[in-house]
Design a protein around this ligand. Sequence first.
Ligand code: GTP
Ligand code: MG
Length: 149
Amino acid sequence: QERSFIMIKPDGVQRGLVGEIIARFEKRGFKLVALKMIHESPEFLEKHYADLKGKPFFPGLVKYMSAGPVVAMVWEGRDAVKTGRVMLGATKPLESAPGTIRGDYAIDVGRNICHGSDSVESAEKEIKLWFPEGIIQYTSVVESQVFEN
Ligand code: GTP
Ligand code: MG
């Protein structure tokens, strides 16, 4: 199954949305295969957001993301990357639909609660970066209820 790196950002942690966000992924049918709370350095966040280096908001983004602990997770399931992005909602608050995490809880692009990998390739990179210790392997007993085959 496909895996996505999903992270609750420092504002999501501070606003008490950890349980809410985890519950949405659990209820959708995704399988949690890695989870930790971690307060990372600006240098580490610069690596995570390396693609955005040079954007005018980059220094603010790194400051925001390293200002407090985040909850880093890996969720597994069919089309985890694309479906995860749909559940997060669009980057721009004006475009994030109600019913999505950002559409329900965020109004500022610079405080948007959560991160999700934007491709299978970046998911693999991000999982290696955030979980060098590896993810957890276990059998899901509900798999036959979540998937037709
Ligand atoms: P992530 O899941 O965090 O990667 O968001 P994204 O993939 O929806 O957007 P993108 O990767 O383009 O940008 C990464 C993060 O930078 C966003 O989630 C925002 O927090 C921030 N960001 C993006 N565009 C802007 C902007 O125009 N202004 C500000 N202040 N922040 C921005
Ligand atoms: Mg992104």
